[in-house]
Design a protein around this ligand. Structure first.
Ligand code: SF4
Length: 582
């Protein structure tokens, strides 16, 4: 459908993008200017997306996160924007893909129309136009975008473009944008700046214009408000980070269970109960326990939807995983560089140990406050405080391990006193023991720590950090040191507190929920099911973060701390491991 003198133009099809020359050797040196490996001779970077110039005009950091680190979040606003374009595509407008090697640019213009023999690129926006003194104006980022399409049309069609238009659906208005010399220069400047940023490993700082961030889809990754809080303790952080995890973790526990694909859902067939169907959009992760099976089709669908799949052995240890990784060499380079510096490693390790020991102390204090047990654990509390006092004095990680070990030994002594006096003696414990587990209490702790470790590995990979490179734990087993580091923050609130509370409430049965083999104790199927439910429920409980000042679920808090750690590697924030239990 066209209107009077307008019609949709059929563009000359642009030839396929030329092949990029292959680098003839893997670059081993690192450029001192950009921090990135030098480009090989004759290398041309892939063309920029026009949309990336729009992002650059909005905020340099947004451009970097989206185009360089390749983090894209399809939130509701983005989805609505796409829907608006799709709706238009069915109607009067037709979109075209344009690419110019000379400009180093490619993009998909919403429509091109011809009026009085002149081509006019048209961009459609879901929102409102910019307020102006007179008539409505186009936002600067929209002007740059439509200007870039004009330059692409000129380069590919040999035409001269004098005007572009931006249609704002919320206002039912179309704003005319003259393609004048200053806009042409602005587009060129954006292309130059974008290519400079693409070549560097340093993430640009958070924008000074705070009003941009609440509308930015990458705010939960960028954490601008947390950065402002770090710079100014008086700053009250706006919540831009989600409070809850929207998608569920599917634990497939039953022997012989089979996970397969059924349309857009995961179907779980079990021997002894009804099948379950879970729409894939509601699933965040799949954990396959023991000898359950998952089909290739289901794995493929999980991978297409960014759903991690992890396999867990009967003893609770993670044995393998297919995880959606945030591929980012920039993040890995920053992590490697930061952790190559012993002072940074020691600073982070001190923060971590302080947070963990403070949590242990706080749990014991609040559980015994006002009761006669507080006198019973006075000695334990004094020993923990003594260890804590020396954390800032240690000269290296080995010393820190010693202090933390002393605090842990006192803490577990105190933890044993938090159990109800009339609790089945088989559910009590004397001292901490790792695998193989010799008592029920430690069996529950070990299972919980296994679940926490699994969660931390998946979170670190999703955040784009290498879980194998830690700053406190050393690589002494197949376990990933950074995941072991991160989980230290959450052992007390997510596992210890949950297990002690559940035992005191009588959740676990010493006979039905455990199996004894020789001197070893294992959780039975019913025990595992209860422990998984306990852990997943605990993850959903909310807690007010004592530094950023807003409440969020423990599940989200693991992600927040992983992102705050990632910011430490950028030289930003200094908020990692600062939250405290009250
Ligand atoms: S949240 Fe703010 S600082 Fe971060 S990328 Fe978006 S606009 Fe830029």
């Amino acid at each position: 459908m066209h209107t009077t003198d307008e019609f949709v133009l059929q563009l000359v099809k642009h030839p396929a993008a030329p092949m990029q020359p292959q680098s003839d050797a893997v670059a081993s040196a690192v450029s001192t200017q950009t921090g990135m490996p030098p480009a090989s001779p004759g290398h041309r970077p892939p063309p920029l997306r026009v949309m990336s110039l729009h992002a650059l005009s909005y905020c340099e950091r947004l451009f970097y996160l989206e185009e360089v680190e390749e983090i894209r979040v399809a939130d509701a606003a983005v989805f609505e924007g796409r829907q608006a374009h799709e709706d238009l595509d069915e109607g009067a407008l037709t979109s075209f893909t344009l690419e110019s090697e000379e400009l180093g640019l490619r993009g998909r213009v919403d429509a091109v129309r011809k009026r009085d023999g002149t081509l006019i690129p048209i961009e459609v926006k879901k929102g409102h136009a910019a307020p102006g003194a007179g008539p409505l104006a186009a936002w600067e980022s929209d002007r740059v975008q439509v200007g870039a399409y004009a330059l692409l049309l000129e380069a590919t069609q040999g035409a001269t473009i004098e005007e572009g238009r931006v249609r704002y659906l919320a206002d039912h208005k179309t704003v005319r944008v003259p393609i004048d010399a200053s806009l042409r220069q602005s587009v060129q400047d954006h292309i130059t700046r974008a290519n400079t940023l693409r070549a560097q490993v340093v993430r640009p700082p958070v924008t000074n214009n705070e009003r941009l961030c609440p509308r930015c889809s990458l705010a939960p990754v960028c954490l601008p408000e947390e950065e402002r809080t770090a710079q100014d303790e008086e700053h009250t952080a706006l919540r831009l980070f989600p409070a809850h995890q929207e998608r569920i973790v599917l634990h497939v526990l039953e022997h012989g269970a089979q996970v397969s694909r059924q349309g857009d859902s995961l179907l779980i067939k079990m021997r002894d109960s009804d099948p379950q169907v879970h729409p894939v959009r509601q699933v965040g992760a799949v954990v396959v326990h023991g000898y359950a099976q998952i089909s290739t089709q289901a794995l493929r669908m999980c991978s297409e939807h960014g759903i991690g799949v992890q396999w867990v052995a009967p003893n609770g240890q993670v044995t393998g995983a297919v995880l959606p990784a945030a591929s980012s060499p920039q993040r890995h380079i920053r992590q490697f560089r930061a952790l190559d510096q012993s002072d940074i490693r020691l600073r982070l390790a001190r923060l971590l140990v302080t947070a963990k020991v403070q949590a242990q102390l706080q749990f014991l204090l609040r559980s015994t406050r006002g009761s006669q047990r507080s006198a019973e654990i006075e000695g334990v509390i004094a020993r923990i405080r003594e260890s804590l006092r020396h954390v800032d004095e240690v000269s290296g990680v080995e010393d820190l391990l010693g202090r933390e070990g002393a605090a842990a030994s006192a803490y577990f002594e105190g933890l044993a006193r938090l159990l109800r006096d009339d609790l089945d003696v088989r559910l009590r414990f004397d001292k901490r023991s790792r695998r193989p587990t010799t008592d029920r209490f430690n069996g529950l702790l070990n299972w919980g720590y296994g679940m926490l470790y699994r969660e931390c590995v998946a979170t670190l990979v999703a955040v784009g950090l290498h879980p194998g490179l830690g700053f406190y734990h050393q690589p002494r087993s197949s376990a990933s040191p950074l995941a072991l580091d991160l989980m230290e923050l959450f052992r007390v609130p997510l596992v210890d507190m949950a297990v002690v509370g559940a035992l005191n409430r009588g959740t676990f049965d010493a006979d039905a929920d455990f199996e004894e083999r020789g001197h070893h104790v294992w959780l039975s199927q019913s025990g595992k099911a209860k422990a998984i439910e306990l852990f997943e429920r605990r993850k959903q409980e909310t807690w007010k973060h004592s530094v950023v000042g807003y409440s969020l679920s423990y599940g989200r808090m693991i992600e927040l701390e992983a992102r705050l750690l990632e910011k430490e590697y950028c030289g930003e924030g200094q908020l990692f491991a600062r939250f405290r239990l009250r």
